[in-house]
Design a protein around this ligand. Structure first.
Ligand SMILES: NC(=O)C1=CN([C@@H]2O[C@H](COP(=O)(O)OP(=O)(O)OC[C@H]3O[C@@H](n4cnc5c(N)ncnc54)[C@H](OP(=O)(O)O)[C@@H]3O)[C@@H](O)[C@H]2O)C=CC1
Ligand SMILES: N[C@@H](CC=O)C(=O)O
Length: 350
């Protein structure tokens, strides 16, 4: 089965780079690649996919691509050509857009997501439809390549349903919080996280807690709490409403970040006096049917307090893992580790 890649930004390009490098280029075959401008029908031609990747890496849009006898097409034309071929294919979503209807309209046999929005922003009813419409994998939506959803799936398959999962689920906020521990200002660590490809395209998705809220909801739904929706997961933003998307664009937000430095530094200093550090945590209480996320102070020498950089940590409690929980720790953000999760999902569904 071939794959249609929707989205060719940091993560999408890493997917193409890894899939087309090394000896195993035949393991993954791309039918088409699309960005926000349009797309290219690749029909499994690895040399063409590499040329498309180079074109995107040079900062161009796919609509402007020409080469290998192909040229960029409007998205509707790409979709029409894919449908005309009547092939079985998987669609991979590495956009950060609201793609739920688009995904269903592709008529793919399988759906693989790095994009959280189709699963988390969907109503409980649409979530159930999406999950049942095609073979469905979304490992990279939580923990990037760290296999938390596969772990939950395996526990549930073995009838050891998680009762509670808590931990740090944001690479950006992990990086930010451990940077604050070292005395760096908030504005500096957020800029670093953005440059490293950890943040969402709009870093406010991270700093508002919304990205963690989405992950906690996805995790909750994967634990069987599929009645929960975003509004049911309380969240704590790290910036005031005056800096929200309705009041300024991303560049203005980044330029204004320094105004948050002093307040955050005093919260960090107050925690330090108690031997604590700040961590942005999420909790899914399966037994109580609830999930929540927010900034908490934890002991510096606790497992969450010792977490560094963009690592995530998930502490899973279940009947079997009651006395000593199952702990999963690993990179929680980054284009390459996310792409690995996407490719592993793709391998499972093709
Ligand atoms: N970075 C990370 O560590 C992780 C990211 N993710 C998720 O992966 C997704 C991608 O992140 P990232 O690569 O950093 O984002 P980018 O902004 O770098 O890339 C997004 C891509 O999607 C394209 N795009 C936007 N809208 C559409 C659309 N409607 N149809 C087709 N293509 C579209 C953009 O097109 P154009 O190039 O024309 O702008 C761009 O190529 C996000 O949803 C993020 O939450 C998940 C786990 C970890
Ligand atoms: N912006 C997200 C990327 C992965 O989901 C994060 O920082 O965790």
């Amino acid at each position: 089965m071939q794959a249609v890649l929707l989205g060719c930004g940091g993560v999408g390009r890493a997917v193409l780079r890894i899939a087309t490098s090394g000896a195993e280029t035949s393991a993954f075959s791309f039918l088409a690649v699309l960005d926000s401008s349009g797309g290219i029908i690749c029909d499994g031609d690895v040399a063409l996919v590499k040329a498309v990747l180079a074109h995107k890496e040079a900062g161009h849009s796919l609509a402007s691509f020409t080469g290998h006898g192909k040229q960029g097409l409007p998205k509707d034309d790409v979709v029409a050509q894919i449908k005309a071929q009547s092939l079985k294919f998987a669609v991979i979503d590495t956009t950060a857009a609201d793609t739920v209807e688009e995904l269903v309209s592709f008529g793919a046999s399988a759906v693989v997501l790095a994009n959280k929005k189709p699963v988390a922003d969907a109503s409980a009813e649409n979530y159930k439809k999406l999950v049942s419409a095609a073979t469905f994998r979304h490992e990279s939506t939580v923990g990037a390549g760290t296999p938390i959803l596969a772990t939950v799936r395996r526990l549930r398959a073995g009838l050891d349903n998680p009762t509670r999962i808590e931990g740090c689920m944001s690479g950006t906020l992990g990086f930010v919080c451990s940077g604050l521990d070292t005395g760096k200002p908030l504005s500096e660590v957020v800029r670093e996280a953005k440059a490293l490809g950890y943040t969402e395209p709009d870093p406010r998705d991270d700093l508002s807690g919304t990205d963690v809220q989405r992950k906690a909801l996805i995790l909750a739904r994967s634990c069987g709490l599929d009645h929960l929706e975003m509004k049911d997961v309380p969240v704590e933003p790290l910036y005031p409403p005056s800096m929200g998307p309705e009041n300024m664009d991303v560049d203005a937000f980044m330029a204004n970040l320094g105004s948050l430095d002093t307040d955050m530094a005093s919260r960090v200093a107050a925690a330090k006096e108690r031997g604590e550090v700040l961590r942005y945590c999420g909790t899914v209480d399966v037994a109580a049917g609830k999930a929540s996320v927010g900034l908490v102070a934890v002991k510096s020498d606790s497992p969450l307090g010792r977490l560094q950089g963009a690592d995530n940590m998930f502490v899973i409690h279940s009947s079997i893992y009651a006395e000593r929980p199952l702990v999963l720790q690993g990179a929680g953000a980054g284009n390459e580790c996310t792409a690995i999760g996407v490719l592993a999902d793709l391998k499972e569904v093709i």
